[in-house]
Design a protein around this ligand. Structure first.
Ligand SMILES: O=C(O)CCC(=O)C(=O)O
Ligand SMILES: [Fe+2]
Length: 294
């Protein structure tokens, strides 16, 4: 596979746990997709009095293959995971939008810090091990411009090592709710905001802690967070040393060159409560679409 990332981009990813791909796909396409969210939610983009929800994670209604839709992003994501042959394809993006219209907009604004609520690592659907393949990368796809104080996802840039050490200490596996994120985020010191333009994409280390932020500007912020899945568990003692940047970031966090790991319990899936809520929202959307069709 052709290399698309520069050595500087890869060392940035290992240092900060994320890489921003600007103009990963055309802004006009992002705007077209984002515009569909309002009808689906039954609200008017231009009339904030109709915005009856502060934040919602919508169900998906269509999907595309990223290799065709955003080839530059696909190539970069594969490279961070150690190559296309290590990644489950197709990697699909859908319109299960995470819409932030006014999260905690009436509360005093808080800059990104350990004091903010909601820090977490993604992956509510499996038991977590140091080498888990289910969430190969966390990604944030920006379907609208995302601005300071307008609900950008907060990121802890030094959280990968914190989670790596926690996972190494728990070979028996960690439930999605078992990380004590409040304690973990207090071990972090470098915080940033995932701002950008419609069409930008953040490729983020699967261990990175992040949080929903306030949208005190009450501008419509629309993203998705499609995970990439690995075909096999990660490896930290590769005989040929062909570690992916994601693996190298974990080794760096552990402060070692290699690390023999095997899980001490069965890998298993977990059914997240979020799916029940999304089924309810999908039924509401279908009813609104039927009413519009009239
Ligand atoms: O809405 C956001 O800014 C982040 C959402 C998120 O982290 C999630 O849904 O897991
Ligand atoms: Fe998340």
């Amino acid at each position: 596979m052709a290399t698309t990332l520069t050595p500087a981009q890869i060392s940035d990813f290992i240092e900060n746990g994320f890489l921003k791909i600007e103009a990963g796909f055309p802004a006009e396409v992002a705007h077209e997709w984002a515009a569909t969210a309002f009808d689906r939610l039954g609200i008017d983009a231009n009339d904030k009095s109709t915005w009856n929800v502060d934040r919602v994670h919508m169900p998906g209604s269509r999907s595309v293959d990223v290799a065709e839709f955003a080839p530059k992003v696909w190539a970069a994501a594969c490279e961070l995971c150690g190559g296309e042959d290590r990644v489950v394809s197709p990697w699909n993006w859908g319109d299960g939008f995470i819409v932030n219209l006014g999260e905690r907009s009436s509360e005093p604004w808080q800059a990104a810090s350990a004091e903010c609520p909601g820090w977490h690592k993604d992956g509510d659907f499996f038991l977590h091990f140091l080498d888990s393949p289910e969430q190969g990368l966390l990604t944030l796809v920006l379907w609208t411009d995302v601005v300071h104080q307008g609900g950008p996802t907060y990121l802890a840039a030094d959280s990968v090592g914190v989670i790596a050490r926690f996972m190494a200490n728990h070979p028996e596996g960690v439930e999605p709710g078992g990380f004590d994120f409040k304690a973990r985020i207090r071990e972090c010191e470098r915080f940033t905001e995932a701002t950008g333009k419609a069409g930008d994409v953040y490729l983020i280390h699967p261990y990175a802690l992040h949080a929903v932020s306030q949208n005190i500007l009450r501008v419509a912020r629309i993203i998705t967070n499609p995970p990439i899945t690995l075909r096999e568990p990660m490896q930290f003692d590769r005989p040929d040393g062909a570690y992916s940047p994601v693996e190298r970031a974990i080794l760096a966090g552990l402060g070692v060159d290699r690390y023999a790991f095997s899980p001490a319990a069965e890998r298993r899936k977990i059914v997240p409560g979020r799916l029940v809520e999304q089924a309810r929202l999908a039924a509401e959307e279908a009813a609104r679409a039927a009413a519009r069709a009239g």
